[in-house]
Ligand binder design. Sequence first.
Ligand code: PCP
Length: 383
Amino acid sequence: MTNPFGIVSSEAILEGAATDAYFERTRTTLEHAGKNPRVVAEVTADQFSTGSFEVCTGVKDVATLFEGRDVDVDALPDGQLFDGGPVLRIEGPYLEFAELETSLLGFLSQPSGFATAALEARLAAPSATVLSFGARHVHPAIAATVERAALLAGLDGFSHVAAGDVLGREAGGTMPHALMFCFGEGNQADAWRAFDEAVPEDVPRIALADTFWDEKSESLLAAETLGEDLDGVRIDTTGSRRGDFRHIIREVRWELDARGHEDVDIFCSGGLGPENIRELRDVADGFGVGSHITGADSVDFSLDIVEIAGEPISKRGKLSGVKQVYRTADGGHHVALADRDGPDDAEPLLEPLVRDGEVVREFDLEAASERCLEDAAAVGFDG
Ligand code: PCP
C-alpha cells in the first residue's frame, strides 16, 4: 500500500494538484482563450481593521509552495499579529499560481487559527508552564502544524513525538490514565515507583493524581511514595467530577504544603481554555491545553486579485489596489494603498518572501516566537 491513510502528498501540493477543481477549469479556459494576465493578488481575512488581532503563521510553507514559480511574494513575518488588510501579496502571471490558491490558503488559515488560540492560552498565564496536549484531536498528518503553532505562540512544550522529529524538538509528557489502570486501583504507588525507576532521569516526575481516589489522597500518596524525586502532580479531574476545580487545586496545594511538599508543582489539564487558566493561574504551576488550540476556528483568509494589468480591480465588497499594512507607534494596525505614504513612525509589515521564484527569507521558529510575543504586547493582545 503506497498511501494507506489517504494523505494528500507533498508532491501533489507542490505541483498544484491539491486544488479545487474550478481552478483547473480556469486554467483550461484561460489557455484556450490565450489569456494569462499579470496580476497582483492579496490574501486577506478582514478588509478593514476590526479591533481584534490574530497571529499570522504558515508563511514558511507558502514560501516553499512558491519556490521556483515565476512570481514575487511579499508577506508578514511569521508570527506577526494582524487586524485587517493583506497578510500576503503575490505578483506575477495568474497561471503561475492559479491552482496554488487552495493549498496556500490552507497553509495560512488553520495554523494561524491554532497559533491565535495558543497565544490566548499563553497570555492567560504568562508565568506558568503551558504545554500543548491537543495533537490527539487532529489528523496525525498535521500534528507538527499544531505543535509548531503552539511553540510559535510561546508555549513551553508539546506532547507529540513525531511532531518533535519534524520540528527538531523533543516532545514532553509523563503518564496517561492507561498506565494507572495497568497497575490497578490501590496500586498507584507501584505505578509511580515503576515510572520513576524506568524512565530516563531527565523526564520530570509528574504523577497523574486523579485516577481512582480523590486528588488530595492521590497527590499525598505520590509525594509520600517518591519523596524528593517527585516534581509535580497532574490533576485532570473529569468535568463531571470537577465541582469547584480551583478549590480542588487549592486544597491539594494546602495539603501538600502542610506535609512539607512545597516543592511539588501542580499541573492541570482537561478541557482548559484561557478563562479557566486565568482562574487557576495563581494556584497552579502549569497547564496542558489541547482542544482550545486544536478546536480553534481557521482564520477565514481568502485570496483576491486586486490589480490586473496594472489597473486596480476588486469584486464588490472587497478593496481594490495593492496595499501595505503598518504597525503604528501606538500598537495599531493600519491598512493603506502601497503607493501612498504610510502613517508617521509606522513600520510596513509586508516584506519580500519570494523574488523571481527564489525564497529570500530565512525562517527561525525561536525568532518568530519572540516576534509573536513582542507584537502581542505591542498591540495589547489579550485574546
Ligand atoms: C489530557 C486531557 C485531555 C487531553 C490531555 C488534551 O489527557 O484529559 O483529554 O487536553 P484537552 O482536554 O484540553 O483537549 P490525559 O489525562 O493524558 O488523558 P487520558 O485519560 O487519555 O490519560
